[in-house]
Design a protein around this ligand. Structure first.
Ligand code: EPZ
Length: 423
């Protein structure tokens, strides 16, 4: 297994290109199942999760051609397709559950392995299945698989009230509703930019969708969807991650492709912590005002609140702040596993359930640390940028799921970082 070695203390200067969003591409790709005609994604990220989604869609019968070093994906699923999503693929990546809605909408039946829990939480699918059942599907769990059938072979429109603004459930139901008979209304829908990106793509395929980006989404079902070409939206989590990098070790970085509207609640916290963020023609430029950031309290919430996917990176920064910060994780029940690793580097963190109290220290020390999930792994790399000596981050396969070439992007702006191939 590869590891990444970071030698701390070098200032960062230069530009980092921000790729297309993993969490947009992972819901845009299953949309190909909704049409017999080709769907082309541009600005697609090159990540192991995208490779897994490609493998899943190909197992269902999709033809996928990757071009321009993977930045362009041409996908089409015409004719007879397989409607079973196998456990062997689904267990590698939870987002595989985003084929359930499209398969049901297209074929009227689907068998999709339940992903099971993951490091950060139990992550059930009850909001997805309750919504599809309201649209006339009968869903039964057998041998770890969801067996779903649409009454009369076709889903019907429904009014669905979500108990929680789930991102995945909003995406699954919105896709399913595009081909359903009648109108579907999702109340308390998630408002993430990835959902707006999906709705924009579906509209360009001929879907009738209104209200994406608000808590109420209305979808008027149509008989069929056509071809489209769609640019994947910028990855706001990769953006936030690299915006934090110069705060750890000084300097100034411009994130190319960065957009303020994608990270506004995050920027508010950075400003309060003494970090300047300015808009440029090409993106967002970031530098800290003083020698150390200031303590701030953070609570994770659905968009437009503070994103849970930036919580670990923010915690790492607050380990170096002047003062004490309180972080509350409200989205996932087990998303502080980076804390004990940061403590190994000399941080002062007290975790009580979903609340972490971080007392800032003057400096961190390099150490061998273990990545436990995607965002935890990158928070340890960021901490390594500030730490005295060498930090060795192990199990970086977690990282490759969501970050393209971290060591090249950070190395290009002056970080002393390298990947060590595992045996
Ligand atoms: C998406 O996951 C993202 N993944 C996650 O990013 C992100 O953390 C999350 O949204 C929240 O922003 C992708 O887009 C592929 P949810 P998703 O459904 O759709 C509970 C990363 O690091 N819930 O909004 O799975 C659930 O257990 C990943 O890139 C139910 O109880 O998130 C969780 O506690 C990690 N029942 C909360 O809601 C359901 O049916 C939020 O889940 C669905 C969800």
């Amino acid at each position: 297994m590869d590891s990444i070695v970071v030698k701390g203390g070098s200032e960062l200067r230069g530009q980092i290109h921000i790729a297309g969003a993993k969490n947009a591409a992972l819901t845009l790709m299953p949309a190909t199942l909704l049409s017999e005609e080709p769907l082309t994604l541009t600005n697609a990220p090159r990540l192991s999760d995208i490779a897994t989604m490609t493998q899943l869609l190909q197992s269902l019968g999709a033809e996928i051609t990757s071009m321009q070093d993977g930045k362009v994906q041409v996908m089409s699923t015409h004719g007879e397709i397989n409607t079973t999503a196998d456990y062997e693929i689904v267990r590698k990546m939870r987002a595989s559950n985003l084929v359930l809605g499209p398969l049901l909408a297209r074929e009227g039946h689907a068998i999709v392995s339940l992903p099971g829990g993951c490091a950060i939480g139990a992550r059930p699918m009850d909001i997805h299945t309750d919504g599809l059942e309201k649209m006339g599907a009968s869903i039964e769990l057998k041998d770890g698989y969801l067996h779903a059938k649409a009454a009369g072979g076709k889903l019907k429109g429904a009014v669905i009230d979500f108990p929680f603004a789930s991102v995945g459930a909003t995406e699954n139901i919105m896709m399913a509703a595009t081909l359903a008979k009648g109108t579907t209304v999702i109340n308390n829908a998630a408002r993430e930019p990835e959902i707006v990106d999906l709705a924009t793509c579906l509209r360009s395929m001929g879907a009738q969708i209104e209200g994406d980006g608000t808590s109420t989404i209305t979808v008027q079902g149509v008989d069929r969807l056509g071809a489209a070409t769609h640019p994947v939206v910028t990855d706001r989590i990769e953006l936030g991650t690299y915006m934090l990098a110069p705060v750890f070790c000084g300097g100034e970085v411009e994130c190319l492709g960065g957009r303020m509207d994608l990270v506004s609640s995050f920027v508010e916290k950075l400003d309060a912590a003494g970090v300047d963020v300015t808009e440029t023609k090409a993106g967002l430029k970031v530098k800290r005002r003083g020698d150390r950031p200031k303590a701030v309290d953070v609570t994770t919430e659905p968009f437009p609140g503070f994103p849970t996917d930036l919580q670990a990176q923010m915690m790492a920064m607050l380990c170096l702040a002047e003062g004490t910060s309180v972080l509350e994780e409200k989205i996932f029940e087990n998303r502080f596993m980076h804390a004990p690793e940061l403590v190994r580097m000399g941080a002062d963190i007290d975790v009580q359930g979903g609340t972490a109290t971080v007392t800032g220290v003057a400096g961190l020390k390099g150490a061998p640390v273990m990545a436990t999930d995607l965002r935890a792994s990158v928070s340890l790399i960021l901490a390594g940028l500030a730490a005295e000596g060498e930090t060795v981050v192990n199990r970086v396969y977690h990282l490759d799921r969501g970050y393209e070439h971290v060591e090249e992007k950070l190395g290009a702006v002056g970080a002393k970082i390298e990947r060590v191939q595992g045996s």
